[in-house]
Design a protein. Structure first.
Length: 252
């Protein structure tokens, strides 16, 4: 009698998506059905029938796990084994905090560009912006979120700084900011008229700016700072009005 052929070993059951866990993570991360559909290419209403590891590319699975803040293998389970539940991964960083950090790293930016940089769906950015705006308003924060159709950025809360403080910050001589066109024009005109011996007609509005930047003499009528004239080779001494010998004596 011929022996029967050996019974083939049972093949392992293919892994499947842990849909309850996946939906729970999506809920925790505040993802919409539209966002999940865009990530998987399969409408969420059809997940039970169509969402399988075989139907989702590795790149799409990694992107889905990334946005859910969970390891890719946590999205799968072996049928017939108990699911471990949505406690398997840490809570995601609040989207408002991510948006806040992104805006600290950049200046005013178009919302579409920001959503693209964060790899977010536009609706996700809108929700995060609303949450951040509420948080900053309730936390007595020195910052406020400014959103328009063309830009999103952080700004200082109005009223925290006095007008004098603001003026000092914008016009202080130790400020590293470059001269504005108006300031550069006023300084050049002042130098030109001083060298030619013409009357100085500096704008009253520019005098405090140029003084704070150290471009005007600290005392007397508006005039270029002696050190500035000396640096440009327009005087023989950094102390105006004195011959070199006198200046040396004064310095001693």
């Amino acid at each position: 009698m011929t022996d029967p052929p050996p019974h083939p070993p049972d093949l392992p059951t293919p892994a499947a998506f842990d849909l309850p866990y996946l939906r729970a993570r999506a809920l925790q991360c505040r993802l919409t059905d539209d966002e999940l559909t865009a990530l998987t290419g399969i409408p969420t209403a059809e997940w039970e029938a169509r969402l399988t590891p075989q139907n989702l590319s590795s790149a799409a699975m990694i992107a889905l796990a990334h946005i859910l803040n969970t390891p890719p293998d946590s999205l799968l389970y072996q049928p017939g084994t108990p699911r471990t539940g949505p406690h398997r991964s840490p809570q995601p960083t609040p989207q408002a905090a991510v948006l806040h950090a992104a805006l600290i790293e950049t200046g005013p930016v178009h919302p579409d560009d920001l959503a693209s940089a964060l790899e977010w769906h536009p609706t996700r950015l809108t929700r995060a912006a609303a949450a951040l705006k509420t948080h900053l308003a309730q936390a007595n924060s020195p910052q406020r979120l400014i959103c328009t159709d063309t830009t999103i950025h952080l700004a200082a809360t109005p009223g925290l700084l006095t007008s004098r403080q603001l003026d000092n910050l914008h016009h202080a001589g130790h400020c590293a900011a470059s001269l504005s066109p108006n300031e550069a024009t006023a300084a050049a005109r002042l130098l030109h008229r001083t060298v030619l011996g013409l009357p100085v007609d500096a704008s009253a509005a520019q005098i405090p700016r140029l003084t704070n930047r150290g471009l005007l003499a600290p005392v007397g009528p508006p005039a270029p700072h002696p050190d500035l004239l000396f640096a440009l080779g327009l005087t023989a001494s950094p102390i105006t009005g004195l011959p070199p010998e006198s200046a040396t004596t004064a310095a001693q």
